[in-house]
Write a protein that binds this ligand. Structure first.
Ligand code: CNA
Length: 241
């Protein structure tokens, strides 16, 4: 099994690193992932979590969507952990060109990362589905039931990609551009089971290296140059540049 020291060597030898991450990155910050034993998909709700996070559920059961969303998807007190902070440091040092994330929690930006490509949107942004007026996360937290637009009364929707919804085209292009121009891709805290996001790592050039930091096995382990099955925060806290 790979070690943080080996990852450190790979980072030092690389000239352009991209990080591709998922919910596991924020688990040490206290935000549950989906597919771990403690994840949301293993908890009992009236409807399956995947159903409640679908576009049709948002449209037809908006009140229940917001019950689930406020209680299980919003963590306003969560703070960046060692992984978020080290990635921001690597970018500042000119080593890392982008963080491509499936996360919606805004913790990479809170840690200081600038080029964050959010494949699935962000809970920080919300908008009126009728007039488009933007609303901050605080508006969702301060209101009860279905949040409505102050100007037109329209239903407000989080700028989060729900199941059945397409990913934004420019965001896909940016992610693919960054991955296809790096010489080291670090994949971390993701089961690589949500598509199309997981397929973007296939744009990594053949000459580039692939490192995976994930507690459980992923479908890309066999093609990786390094696989570390440890907590992502402890691995990144050992990286020194
Ligand atoms: P997932 O399918 O739940 O997989 C998470 C992976 O992280 C699993 O393979 C775990 O083994 C691994 N993992 C958990 N804890 C750690 C840790 N401390 N160190 C290393 N690895 C760990 O989540 P994915 O991101 O792969 O799936 C994509 C979904 C999850 C996206 O659509 C996200 O929007 C969604 N999601 C995001 C958040 C968030 O923004 N923080 C939280 C929950 C779900």
């Amino acid at each position: 099994m790979g070690t943080a020291a080996e990852l450190n060597e790979m980072i030092l030898s690389a000239s352009s690193v991209v990080f591709f991450g998922g919910a596991g990155v924020s688990v040490p910050s206290g935000i549950p992932d989906f597919r771990s034993s403690t994840g949301l998909y293993n908890r009992q709700f009236r409807y399956p979590a995947e159903t409640m996070l679908s576009h049709s559920f948002f449209v037809h059961h908006t009140e229940e969507f917001y019950d689930f969303y406020r209680s299980c998807m919003l963590y306003p007190d969560a703070r960046p952990n060692a992984a978020h902070l080290k990635l921001a440091e690597l970018e500042k040092a000119g080593k890392l060109s982008a963080v491509v994330t499936q996360n919606i929690d805004g913790l990479h930006q809170a840690a200081g990362s600038r080029n964050v490509i959010e494949l699935h949107g962000s809970v920080m942004r919300n908008y009126c589905t009728d007039c488009g007026k933007p609303y901050p996360l605080s508006y969702i937290l301060e209101t009860e039931g279905v949040p409505k637009c102050e100007d037109c009364g329209g239903v407000i929707k989080p700028d989060v990609v729900l199941y059945e919804e397409p990913l934004d085209g420019d965001t896909i292009s940016n992610a693919i551009y960054e991955i296809s121009h790096c010489d080291l891709l670090i994949v971390g805290g993701t089961s690589l089971s949500v598509y199309p996001a997981a397929s973007f790592i296939n744009y990594l050039p053949r000459s580039a290296k692939l490192a995976i930091v994930n507690l459980s096995a992923t479908g890309a382990d066999s093609s990786a140059d390094l696989v570390i099955k440890q907590g992502i925060d402890s691995v990144f806290s050992e990286i020194q540049i």
